[in-house]
Design a protein around this ligand. Sequence first.
Ligand code: ASP
Length: 443
Amino acid sequence: MLKITKFGGSSVASASQFQKVKGIIESDPARRFVVVSAAGRKDAKDNKITDLLYLCHAHIEYHVDYVPLFRMIEERFLEIKQELQLATPIEGELRQLEERLPELSLDELVSRGEYFTAKLMADYLGFPFVDARDVISMRYDGSFNYEDTSERLKTILARHQHFVMPGFYGSTPDGHIRVMTRGGSDITGSILARCLNADVYENWTDVSGFLMADPRIVKNPKNIQRITYEELRELSYMGASVLHEDAIFPIRKRNIPIHILNTNRPQDPGTIIMDAIENDPVDSLITGIAGKKDFVAVEIYQKHMSNAVGVIRKTLSVFEKYNVSVEHIPSGIDSFSVIVQGSDVRSNIYEIIAEIKETVKPDSIRLVEGIALIATVGRNMSARPGTSGRLFAALGNSGVNIRMIAQGSDEINIIVGVENKDFEKAISIIYHNFIQEDSHETA
Ligand code: ASP
C-alpha cells in the first residue's frame, strides 16, 4: 500500500500543526511521500506566507522597502524551527535568499514558501528533503512532463524510501523554477500519485471533505462520503471548492482515489473522490447541491424563429466577440435565453444588446438580471425517473418560481435558475426534500 499525503497551508501553519502532521504520518507506514504547501494562516489575523512573498516581490518591483516584509516571512519559519527545536540550518539559506532578492524571478521567490516549509517538515519527520525543482518536470508552456518526472523519481527512489517535497513548483528544461497556479500543491500531490502509481492520494486540509450543501445555508449538512470526478467538477464549478480543479487530471484515467481529510479531525471519514465508484451503494439519490448568484439572462424572441436559420449562432457570435463565456441557452419554440455570469458583462451588457439588435433583429430582446443558478448533482439520478419531478414539485409547493431548467446529457445534474432572493430558500428546500427523507437509507 502506498499513499501520497499532501498537507495544505493551514495544516503546516504553526509548530502545533506540524505536530498533528507528524501524528498522522506516523500512524500509517503507507504514508511515505509527503507534499507540503507553504505555511498558511495561523488565525484570521495572520497572513499566508505565499501572499507575503507575492507582496514582497511587488515591493521590490516598485522600489518600496521590502525588508520589514521579508523579516515577517523569515520570522514565521524561524518560529516553527525554534518551537520544534529543529536543527536544519535555514538561517544561512534565508540570508542568501535575502541577498539575491532583487534579482530573483517572481516564480523562484514565491516558491520559497513551500521550499522552507518542506525543509522544516523533513527535519521534523526525520525524512529526507527532495526538492521539487529536481523532480517535477514542466514544459515551457506550463504543462507537465510525466515521463521525465517518473524517470527522475526512479533515481530518487533508488536512494530514498521516504521523502518530503515542496508542492506548487517544478522546473522547466533550462532548470528555472516555475510555479503552478495558486493552490497548485494539490497538483504536485496528484503528479506524484500518478508517477509513483500510488494506491491513494490523501489531501489533508482544514475541512472534513465536502459537504452536501453550503453550511451557511443548510444547518449541519451531511458529509459527502464518495463522489465521482465528474460530480465534483459540476459542484466545484458552481462554487464548492476544496481542491484545485486541475488536481484531478494527472490521475483521472488511472482511477486513483483522492481522499480529502481534515488534519484537525483525522478521525473524520472525509470524502473519497474517484473516477468510477464500483459497487456503488445507492445511499442517496443526490450527492450535493451548489449554486451561484448574479447571473444575467438575455431573452430573445422572434416570431417563427423555429423556421429561421442562424439566429442562435448570430446571437452567440456577439457574446464571443466580447469574449463572454455562455453558461446556458434554454430555449422555447420562438424564443431562447442566453445566460451569462453578471460579472462577465458588467461593463458592456448594453453594447452587447445593441449589437444583437442590429445583427439579429429580433422582435424583442429583454435583459433579466439577478438570476441564481442551482445545480443538484448526483450520479444516482441518471436514468431514475421522477427525480426532476420531485425537485420541481418541492420548489413549486414552497412558492419558488423556477425561471429556467437545464440538464446535462449525462443526467448527473439538474440546474434550475431562480431569482437571487430565492437562492438560499431553494437550496434548503432541495436539500431537505432529498436528504432528510432519505436519511434512513444513508450510511
Ligand atoms: N502556497 C501556494 C498558494 O498559496 C500553493 C498552495 O498552497 O497549494 O497558492
